[in-house]
Design a protein around this ligand. Sequence first.
Ligand SMILES: NC(=O)c1ccc[n+]([C@@H]2O[C@H](COP(=O)([O-])OP(=O)(O)OC[C@H]3O[C@@H](n4cnc5c(N)ncnc54)[C@H](OP(=O)(O)O)[C@@H]3O)[C@@H](O)[C@H]2O)c1
Ligand SMILES: [Zn+2]
Ligand SMILES: [Zn+2]
Length: 347
Amino acid sequence: MRTTVGWQLDGSTATLQRTPLKRRDLRPDDLAVRVDYCGVCHTDLHVLGSHDGEGGPPLVPGHEFTGVVTETGSGVTRFSAGDPVAIGNIVDSCGECAMCRAGQENYCHAFPTLTYGGADRQDGTTTLGGYSREYVVRDRFAYPLPAGLDPAAAAPLLCAGITVWEPLRALGVGPGSRVAVAGLGGLGHLAVKMAVALGADTSVISRSPGKADDVRRLGAHALIVSTDPEQMAAARNRFDVVIDTISAPHDLGPYLRLVAMDGTLSHLGHLEPVTVEVMDLLVGRKKLSSAGSGGRPATAAMLAFCADKGITADIELLPSALVNEALDRLRRNDVRYRFVLDMSDLD
Ligand SMILES: NC(=O)c1ccc[n+]([C@@H]2O[C@H](COP(=O)([O-])OP(=O)(O)OC[C@H]3O[C@@H](n4cnc5c(N)ncnc54)[C@H](OP(=O)(O)O)[C@@H]3O)[C@@H](O)[C@H]2O)c1
Ligand SMILES: [Zn+2]
Ligand SMILES: [Zn+2]
């Protein structure tokens, strides 16, 4: 086994503690990656909150990171030591089912292996995430990081970015589309940048009127304050696509009412059961959809698009030793718009 160090949940203190970690020896199709920058996703908070404290499997969060290849397995041809790479929230899939064959590994019928908290398909061990200095990954699930993308600000593209990119593309967003993004956080601000770059007329639905300047800077045309009934009423039936990235349980009704005839609400945020009034779908033949992560071809396409358009996340870069503070601030919604941890302090 290889040894590294990372930030692991300590059940007794409910915080992440600097902990020595083991990584597997390289298989023929593996890469060893020095993790330089890892984004802090709201899903990390959800998982930490639901983890079974001291009794559960080891938990090292982190599923959007960039770094540099340090070593390659004997069969690897696509990467060499020194290559900058990016890794997201899935690190393996069955490779044989219809979804994998279609390049939708994120929907693998045997379920993809998650970057942390998943079970390795060969040895069954629990995967440990990117809040660490080294990650060992199957080469199919590492992506060359395009030159020109800042490696720290690009890290969030690998979860937040791809999660919103796939539905934007699948729903045909482009010039002439009217898109609204609900919840201006990590996912939301990248959804705005991507929708704008795809040519859509883009708006933001937020609880936070103080984000108005950011909304304009991100290229959106309007901010609809979700707590203002008049603004919500004025926006009824206006959007072909509403991308819902809200991280807390919420009623979908007010958002469905903003969807235009035959339009879609793509519910990407809080992934718990929801109750829907069928009348909110019936009136206007509206659609409710969801999506998660992205397949390998879409991830590569998203990175190429972002490199072409100069899209990265708006980040606050922190030494990884401040990980617990970053999580606390994310919990309090005190982030514009993504924390990224600089892992070099783990050396
Ligand atoms: N589908 C997937 O594969 C996938 C992938 C990654 C993340 N996620 C999920 O997506 C959600 C967003 O993640 P993120 O990292 O973007 O989180 P984030 O940065 O914390 O942003 C979430 C945003 O939701 C809004 N919000 C929070 N609490 C709210 C409430 N009680 N009512 C209304 N709005 C509220 C806030 O926006 P305003 O201040 O603008 O209102 C906040 O900025 C999380 O639940 C995460 O687990 C899903
Ligand atoms: Zn994530
Ligand atoms: Zn599969």
